[in-house]
Design a protein around this ligand. Structure first.
Ligand code: NDP
Ligand code: MG
Length: 378
């Protein structure tokens, strides 16, 4: 019997890559539920091909036709994530909107193949607790965390010494800070190695993405922040290094594609044959280089690390401020340099509290969004 999969955010970059993977794995998996925010046209095309039992369009007033149940509004995400025929929920939603569905799926004992890193950053304690108490399981889709999971398979936490996550450095790696501060939207969206949604592409240019990933790694693998390092690696071939207590280091490598980490999150801990992605070739990969993160190039990265070590709702505020600032930047309302400045103002102004209840997290998220809107436009 095939395994039922829900894809939240099926019309996005992760969602579409997941369907590409599933198209090659039809005996193992079947699509039970698909959701999107507003791209009704693509969602309908996906539904026509995959015939899911449940289709959700958050921003969908009028319902389309076709077999299967249909839902709209934010509640459709939870309905899809907790559908009784679903065993694995691929969460490919961007931003805080994915939180409730992740919590509901984990509480219902499902595996969440998590791309939606923002929710682990804003509510890491709650998400990991929901998994523990509900019997669900979080398996990372993010390529660096998938790499760590692959390198640590079969090893205990006590054998781990340190993680080194790699970062491409984004499009502004070699630019002087003044030029970066004035970068245009088109320049920020020109990622050198990965083709992704707009928000994460901007996060890669600010390196906020890597700060989010450091926090994600802390909650997924239980390491303290000083044991999670980052190195800039422009070729994006080594996805992460894992150092063990004896000093030995393993790395996971491959040409950049999200299809491999998505497949692994679906089949983990097993590996299954798949001929869909380009096989690795060290000669074609060529020279691999590594450099330290330059603080003046990526001011927002340092802010994210500081919020991480503050703990409590500081990561919640960091994530919320960044979501607001990135949206304003993409709308052309603020310059690129204002993203880090906005995050800094929010973190200076707000006081972090405990992040152990949903109410506290949602209040911190809302408060930081309010502050960010004021700070960005003042
Ligand atoms: P995209 O913007 O390409 O896709 C986002 C998806 O989420 C779309 O299906 C969109 O629907 C849906 N969505 C957007 N807002 C909402 C909302 N408020 N409620 C419900 N659904 C919503 O993003 P990506 O696929 O690039 O990224 C998704 C997540 O995965 C992010 O957290 C990102 O950080 C993470 N990630 C992505 C990687 C990548 O390669 N793309 C790599 C590693 C992590 P619609 O199309 O209708 O707007
Ligand atoms: Mg990543």
């Amino acid at each position: 019997m095939s395994i039922g999969v829900a894809i939240l955010g099926s019309t996005g970059s992760i969602g579409c890559s997941t369907l590409q993977v599933l198209a090659r794995q039809r005996e193992r998996f079947r699509v039970v539920a698909l959701t999107a925010h507003s791209n009704a046209e693509l969602l309908e095309r996906q539904a026509a091909e995959w015939k899911p039992a449940y289709l959700g369009l958050v921003n969908g007033g009028k319902r389309g036709s076709g077999p299967g149940a249909r839902g709209s509004g934010a509640s459709c995400l939870v309905e899809a994530a907790t559908h009784p025929d679903v065993r694995i929920v691929v969460n490919g939603i961007v931003g805080a909107a994915g939180l409730e569905a992740t919590l509901a799926a984990l509480s219902a004992g499902k595996r969440v193949a998590l791309a939606n890193k923002e929710t682990l950053v804003m509510a890491g304690e709650l998400v990991t607790r929901a998994a523990r108490e509900g019997g669900g399981e979080i398996v990372p889709v993010d390529s660096e965390h998938s790499a760590v999971l692959q390198c640590t398979a079969g090893r205990g936490r006590a054998e781990l010494a340190r993680l080194i996550l790699t970062a491409s450095g984004g499009p502004f790696r070699t630019w002087p800070p003044e030029r970066i501060a004035a970068a245009t939207v088109a320049e920020a969206l020109r990622h050198p190695t990965w083709k992704m949604g707009r928000k994460i592409t901007v996060d890669s240019a600010t390196l906020v993405n890597k700060a989010l990933e450091v926090i994600e790694a802390h909650f997924l693998f239980g390491l303290e922040y000083d044991a999670v390092d980052v190195v800039v690696h422009p070729q994006s071939v080594v996805h992460a290094f894992v150092e063990f207590v004896d000093g030995s280091v393993l790395a996971q490598v491959g040409f950049p594609t999200m299809e491999l980490p998505i497949l692994y999150a679906l089949t983990y801990p097993a590996r299954v044959p798949d001929a869909g992605t380009r096989r690795f070739d060290p000669v074609a990969a060529g020279s691999l280089t590594f450099e330290a993160v330059a603080p003046e190039t990526y001011p927002a990265y340092r802010l994210g690390r500081a919020a991480a070590t503050s703990g409590g709702t500081a990561p919640t505020a960091f994530n919320a401020a960044n979501e607001v600032a990135v949206r304003l930047f993409l709308e052309g309302a603020i310059p690129f340099g204002r993203i880090a400045a906005t995050i800094a103002r929010v973190l200076e102004t707000g006081r972090p509290g405990a992040a152990d209840t949903l109410e506290a997290v949602l209040a911190a998220d809302a408060g930081a969004r309010r502050l960010a809107r004021e700070a960005a436009c003042s």
